[in-house]
Design a protein around this ligand. Structure first.
Ligand code: G4P
Length: 528
């Protein structure tokens, strides 16, 4: 079979956008889809005020609140590459989901608001990218508004995020005086006409910084630009591909996502320089994407993505080999071969049935409760991909049904929603409570709303005397039995059936830990 971008894993560019809410992630997503030909007209992806909804937003609640609650995956071809863009929830209460999405990408795009600079959530997400030295490109957005001085912004990125900046493009003015960008390596100025919402907008290219055409077109701003570029040449790094791939340097692009300004330069370089699928760590060995046998791991599960289908989809990142429709695959944790009859890929909002997929691609497989976040699939080899975190929740509430006859539905709904990983369900050993644990308070609202919409169950979440939860493990089976007998009151099973110690206070947890040194109390746990 001949090699085409479709069947060649090295054509894949799999990434996510990281940013503080409101910096322009959704707008940028839309523009990338526009340039990638996945949508025809800007504005079809979203408009919080106009009532149109984002391709990347699945839930009604999300639209109401104007936040991105769940993540999704979008694939589009660009030039000779196949781009996989993984959406990440913007709200910090869903940060856990975001962390896991970032384990499934090979690089990230950081979007910064030119007026606000580096914000809290960007710092957090950057820390996560650091854990796996994920290469990062930076887009400074909203240049059509009065923003901060670009050099000052670069300085802030360097000091706060501790990464060197290499400006690839440079803005010409800002706010009302924003005229376009100068591409440093190409020595070409791109002047923009009015945005018309399509990708074929008017762009005028002027070669050479000393070109008198520039003075003719932008007057005194031409000399201002020349002065700035001289300054930049002396003060900033040049783009260094190796340093970028090592996560030490970030190439920086300026523009306005809303107006399509500067987005194409970014995308052109992205498909050129961003890393192809990278090797992945697994137990015992590193898996290379060029290996012919199929391997992959599940980083996300989503229930009822499409109310009409009422299904649960597990998102699997392919790490090596090829996925073929109907292939038999080995579910390592269960030690079982399973047939994956049809997998999905996500082009905008349409589900496309997929024949084959390569390393770097994300496929959606139907989950009937057997797949968990962190699960590895192979062609038979017993290996498990590592580094997919699960965090012990910090907030706990008891589910209180309005209609007691709905308890079966409630349990089903909670169990299925907890498969997604953002919340945890605890069923104490000694009573029939259903306790939900979450990392952020908004999740309780989301779960209550979804129980109503998707399971027709009305429930409230009320205070419960739980302060913290820890997964418990012990190598000494006899001691573990003793521990379980003595601590029944504080033990619960999570939705996957794993044992958890739920402590009413920190002090209680500490004392129990001291009393049972052989037992491990885990706040973070790797899935699988
Ligand atoms: P997010 O996903 O990171 O939260 O950001 P989002 O794209 O939703 O953008 C946040 C707001 O910033 C939106 O305005 C959006 O239109 C605006 N925006 C994005 N890019 C630019 C840009 O380049 N220039 C300017 N001036 N604004 C930009 P909104 O009023 O909240 O919503 P909407 O009704 O415009 O969608």
């Amino acid at each position: 079979m001949s090699t085409t971008p479709e069947n060649d894993y090295s054509s894949r560019r799999t990434f996510a956008i990281i940013s503080h809410p409101d910096a322009g992630k959704t707008t940028m997503t839309e523009k990338l889809l526009l340039f990638g030909g996945a949508i025809q007209l800007a504005g079809t992806v979203k408009g919080k005020k106009s009532g149109r909804h984002a391709t990347s937003d699945w839930m009604a609640m999300e639209k109401e609140r104007g936040i991105s609650v769940t993540s999704s995956v979008m694939q589009f071809p660009y030039r000779e590459r196949i781009v996989n863009l993984l959406d990440t929830p913007g709200h910090e209460d869903f940060s856990e989901d975001t962390y896991r999405v970032l384990t499934a990408v090979d690089s990230a795009l950081m979007v910064i608001d030119a007026a606000k600079g580096v914000e809290a959530r960007t710092i957090k997400l950057m820390e996560v990218c650091r854990l796996r030295t994920t290469p990062i490109m930076t887009f400074v957005n909203k240049l059509d508004r009065e923003g901060r001085d670009p050099l000052e912004l670069l300085d802030e990125v360097e000091t706060v995020l501790n990464i060197r900046c290499a400006p690839v493009t440079w803005p010409i003015g800002s706010g009302k005086r924003f005229r376009g960008i100068y591409h440093i390596a190409q020595d070409t100025t791109y002047l923009y006409g009015a945005a018309d919402g399509t990708r074929d907008q008017a762009v005028e290219a002027i070669k050479g910084l000393d070109n008198p055409d520039l003075d003719a077109r932008i007057g005194s701003q031409a000399d201002e630009l020349r002065d700035e570029i001289e300054l930049v040449a002396g003060a900033a790094d040049e783009f260094d591909l190796e340093a970028y791939l090592a996560g030490e340097q970030t190439p920086v692009y300026f523009g306005s996502a809303m107006n399509n300004f500067g987005v194409q330069s970014l995308l052109d370089d992205f498909v050129e320089y961003a890393p192809a699928p990278q090797p992945r760590e697994a137990t015992g060995r590193t898996v290379d994407p060029s290996e012919t046998k199929f391997t992959g791991f599940v980083f996300k599960i989503q229930a009822n993505m499409d109310p009409q289908h009422r299904d649960r989809i597990a998102f699997l990142r392919i790490c090596s080999g090829e996925f073929r429709r109907g292939m038999k695959s080995h579910h390592v944790r269960l030690g079982r071969d399973v047939k994956i009859p049809d997998a999905l890929t996500f082009m905008s909002s349409d589900r496309v049935r997929l024949e084959t997929a390569q390393a770097g691609d994300i496929i959606g497989i139907h989950n009937h409760g057997t797949v968990r976040i962190g699960d590895t699939f192979t062609e038979g080899e017993k290996l498990a991909f590592t580094g997919i975190p699960n965090f012990a929740p910090e907030l706990f509430r008891r589910a209180q049904l309005k209609d007691p006859l709905k308890s079966k539905q409630l349990l089903k709904g909670l169990s299925q929603l907890c498969e997604e990983g953002a919340t945890q369900l605890y069923r104490p050993m000694t009573n029939n409570d259903l306790i939900l644990g979450a990392v952020g308070v908004l999740q309780f609202d989301v779960v209550a709303q979804r129980l109503k919409d998707e399971y027709n169950v009305d429930c409230r979440f009320e205070a419960v005397n739980v302060n913290t939860a820890r997964w418990v493990e012990c190598d000494d089976a006899k001691r573990f039995e003793e521990f379980k007998n003595k601590n029944q009151q504080n033990l619960a099973l999570d939705h996957a059936g794993d044992l958890v110690y739920i402590a009413p206070t920190r002090v209680n947890l500490q004392m129990t830990q001291e009393r049972w040194p052989e037992v491990r109390f885990l706040a973070t746990r790797e899935h699988g």
